[in-house]
Design a protein around this ligand. Structure first.
Ligand SMILES: [Zn+2]
Length: 134
């Protein structure tokens, strides 16, 4: 019996070594193809954002961002980036869209069929930043 236990323990230790060697220390979910920041979208500010649902304007004073890896655009109802001394509140309603090209700076309009809402100050899988901030 004691020998069996030591065999089992040896197997567990061997498995431990195998898993330690094959699984990356920091496993993460890939939200964005081409992401170089731990699988997340790297959303850089574009300017003001307008969200329309099937052509009807839902809000027109939001904040627009574009992912620097996959070109996805997100427009949030409330500002998503924290700049010096500024507190970020709930992001509110938001919409995502991938135009497949780089948007020019200024006002970005997204026309979608579905929007989301969050009471959080962040969205999982997204990192927001202003120009001039890393
Ligand atoms: Zn992305």
């Amino acid at each position: 019996m004691k020998k069996n236990i030591s065999i089992v323990m040896s197997l567990i230790m061997m498995l431990g070594i195998v898993f330690t060697n094959t699984i990356p220390a920091k496993a993460y979910v890939m939200y964005c193809s081409g992401s170089v920041i731990g699988g997340r979208h790297d959303m850089l500010a574009l300017g003001r954002g307008i969200v329309r649902v099937n052509g009807v304007t839902i809000f027109s004073n939001g904040s627009a961002y574009q992912c620097q890896a996959c070109k996805e655009v997100i427009v949030t109802e409330n500002n998503a980036v924290e700049t010096s001394g500024e507190t970020v509140g709930p992001l509110g309603r938001y919409a995502t869209w991938n135009p497949g090209f780089w948007m020019s700076l200024g006002t970005a309009t997204v026309n979608v069929s579905h929007i989301n809402t969050t009471s959080s100050t962040s969205i999982e899988g997204y990192r927001f930043r202003n120009r001039g901030y890393n």
